[in-house]
Design a binder for this molecule. Structure first.
Ligand code: ADP
Ligand code: ZN
Ligand code: ZN
Length: 661
């Protein structure tokens, strides 16, 4: 007898899928979209399973209206991966399933015939380079693992030829008739990788899957990958769920990057899910970085991941940049650019070479204040200062987007002069205009490079040497290849040393080593100058020696002593409400419901560092355990109980493996 109940995932924030009468659906339809009645409306759902009976009484079951696809658009292994993610991250299954679908497939339309594929960018195809010994050894080790699950941590210094290894590995997979999934943390990193892929594999189709691809193209490429017709998929986070029936290799480039962790809405780590996916496929997964996450580094130390290293830059004569510190104690601050850095910039300009000033603050100045009464312009909706944006003559909150005109006098004491404190990218740009009027400046922050198109134009200008000095935020620190850049100056790096987040030093070290890695990639040596008032700090000392392993070891020691990840696994319950009291109160109640367990540390609820955001006050509650399965099981029980609480005005959510705490 055929199963009579269809299990349908719907895009609603409820913890379970829904039962419907299956009508004529059978096993071969699993993964197809269907139309179902929902309340008084109709909704698109995905058939994720069938069963013989329902917990619902017969009278309440309604039949599926219509099947929307002729054949499944999601295969079973992808559905299982999505359901695993839903359970692990404690997020609604329907929301995971629908997040994985391209936008157009979330609607009740039939996909229609794929259009003819546009051809790849014109390219004669660039021949593979001859791998050096290190690269060859690494490649051979990975090739030998084909067909098996094996996580590989590829730790290669910036410019060591990791991408070249990826290309060789992809070549092998294509020759064997397989598919490759390559994940990058940011849309902005896709053009340069696409160029290299298209250059090497000129006759192969490449699907680029991220939110800036037109919806029609994204849908067609996604479906084609799912039919096995496109061998290479390059994408950001959500691409980890692309159905690929012949998948033989997953590559996660810049695996340390926090952007793999989705922060808003659906919370998950695409990097971690890539490893899960590889284990289920099974196939090797390569996690590549010059500054691996401590989690991955720890896993390699434990023997869970195979550590493969590249210790030298690959291009002929290329070597790692010299990193040195400018001790700011006792130096005139020079409005942000110290005299030694000015001199280095001047010389680099004279040589006609490119420089980059890295400062992780956009806007003109991070605060506006009154020298008379110490009033500071703050956001009315957040516990943060407003950032001065000079060109638009406005104060802006970088947390909630609030903007308001710049006051002409102090609202507190009427003093008629307000002072901008500190410097952001715009102020540094203005200072450079005065210092080097002849230099061509390019400011790269999320105000000037908001869209991938803007970024693409900037990238081309940089490569064409149409800019002498770049002023950039973390946007430029990641994996970009700027061959003419030979000097990097780092401003305001010390800020992060005062953060309360236990991951702040890990992020700062990675960011600084990454941004340093932009310098001197071609045949000219690079120089990196870091301004700091704390030159003896171990972070800077390790950085100057390019000593990732040494600094990672000392950070791991601290994490061990403190009982933090990766030694213990962490789950956060986050709550927000009109007042902090309500948010904390809810978390207190939740805490009281926690099942007793000896091996779980359950902390007291605390306010978030940025307490107030968008008129809501925020708190979090952290639970930790040494064992992931133990924490998972306990969490499930706990959340079942928490779900019974009346939240009132409180909104709450679960953040498994929370990154920001
Ligand atoms: P990564 O991904 O580690 O930053 P890339 O693969 O981009 O490194 O390589 C950095 C530079 O070195 C590129 O310009 C690349 O063409 C060059 N390169 C890589 N491998 C070799 C090699 N074996 N011989 C010569 N040049 C190489
Ligand atoms: Zn005042
Ligand atoms: Zn705000």
């Amino acid at each position: 007898m055929p199963a009579s109940i269809a299990i349908i995932a719907l895009n609603v924030p409820l913890p379970e899928a829904f039962d419907y009468l299956a009508a004529s659906l059978d096993d071969s339809d699993i993964g197809c979209r269907v139309l179902v009645p929902f309340g008084s409306k109709q909704r698109v759902g995905v058939l994720i399973g069938l069963r013989d009976s329902s917990r619902l009484p017969d009278g309440q079951l309604r039949p599926v209206i219509e099947k929307l696809d002729d054949s499944p658009i999601l295969d079973r292994s992808t559905i299982e991966l999505l359901l695993f993610a839903s359970r692990y991250y404690q997020q609604p299954p329907g929301q995971f399933i629908f997040a994985a679908l391209p936008n157009l497939l979330r609607l009740a339309r039939k996909p229609g015939q794929p259009r003819r594929q546009r051809s790849s960018p014109d390219s004669a195809g660039s021949p593979p380079v001859i791998l050096n010994e290190e690269q060859l050894a690494v490649t051979n080790r990975i090739v030998a693992l084909a067909g098996q699950f094996h996580p590989i941590l590829l730790h290669g210094v910036t410019g060591s030829g990791k991408t070249e290894i990826y290309l060789q590995l992809i070549d092998r997979v294509l020759a064997a008739g397989g598919q490759v999934l390559m994940l990058v943390p940011e849309i902005r990193l896709t053009p340069q990788l696409h160029n290299r892929l298209a250059g090497r594999f000129a006759d192969q189709r490449i699907a680029i899957l991220h939110s800036d691809i037109s919806p029609a193209r994204r849908m067609h490429d996604w479906l084609a990958a799912g039919r096995g017709d496109i061998p290479i998929v390059l994408g950001t986070r959500l691409a980890v769920f692309t159905p690929m029936p012949r998948l033989q290799l997953i590559i996660v480039d810049e695996e340390h990057d926090a952007s793999f962790q989705q922060q808003d809405g659906l919370r998950y780590s695409a990097r971690d899910l890539a490893v899960v996916r590889a284990s289920r496929t099974p196939c090797p997964v390569v996690l590549g970085s010059a500054t691996p996450s401590l989690e991955s580094w720890f896993n390699a130390g434990q023997g869970k991941y195979l550590l493969l290293s590249l210790t030298r830059r690959a291009a002929d004569n290329a070597r790692l940049p010299d990193i040195s510190l400018i001790d700011m104690r006792g130096l005139p601050t020079g409005q942000g650019i110290s005299p030694p850095l000015r001199e280095a910039l001047r010389q680099n300009l004279q040589r006609g070479e490119q420089s980059l000033l890295f400062i992780n603050r956009r806007g003109f100045a991070p605060a506006l204040y009154c020298q008379d009464c110490n009033w500071v312009a703050g956001c009315s909706r957040c516990s943060s200062k407003l950032v001065l944006h000079r060109q638009r003559q406005e104060l802006r909150c970088h947390h909630c987007g609030l903007s308001r005109p710049v006051p002409q006098s102090c609202p507190e004491c009427r003093h008629d002069q307000l002072f901008p404190a500190g410097a952001g990218t715009q102020r540094i740009e203005q200072l450079l205009e005065q210092l080097f009027p002849q230099a061509r400046l390019l400011r790269i922050d999320s105000d000037t490079a908001a869209s991938p198109k803007q970024w693409q134009a900037m990238r081309e200008a940089i490569l064409a040497r149409q800019a002498d000095i770049l002023i950039g935020t973390q946007l430029v620190s990641k994996g970009h290849d700027f061959p003419h850049l030979t000097l990097v100056g780092v401003l305001a790096a010390d800020d992060a040393l005062y953060s309360s987040d236990f991951r702040a030093d890990e992020r700062l070290f990675a960011q600084l080593l990454q941004v340093s890695g932009r310098a001197g990639r071609a045949d000219r040596p690079g120089q990196v100058l870091i301004q700091t008032a704390w030159p003896q700090h171990p972070l800077f000392q390790s950085l100057c020696r390019h000593d990732y392993p040494g600094y990672a070891a000392s950070m791991l020691d601290q994490r061990k002593v403190g009982g933090f990840p990766p030694f213990r696994h962490l789950v956060a319950l986050r709550a927000d409400a009109p007042t902090l009291e309500e948010a904390l109160g809810f978390l207190q109640q939740a805490r009281a419901l926690a099942p007793a367990a000896a091996d779980i540390d359950l902390f007291d609820p605390v306010a978030e560092t940025l307490v107030r955001k968008g008129n809501r006050e925020r708190a979090l509650l952290i639970a930790q355990a040494a064992s992931r399965p133990l924490l998972q099981a306990w969490l499930g029980d706990w959340l079942d109980r928490v779900a019974g609480l009346q939240p009132g005005k409180v909104r709450w959510r679960t953040d498994v493996d929370a990154q920001q705490v």
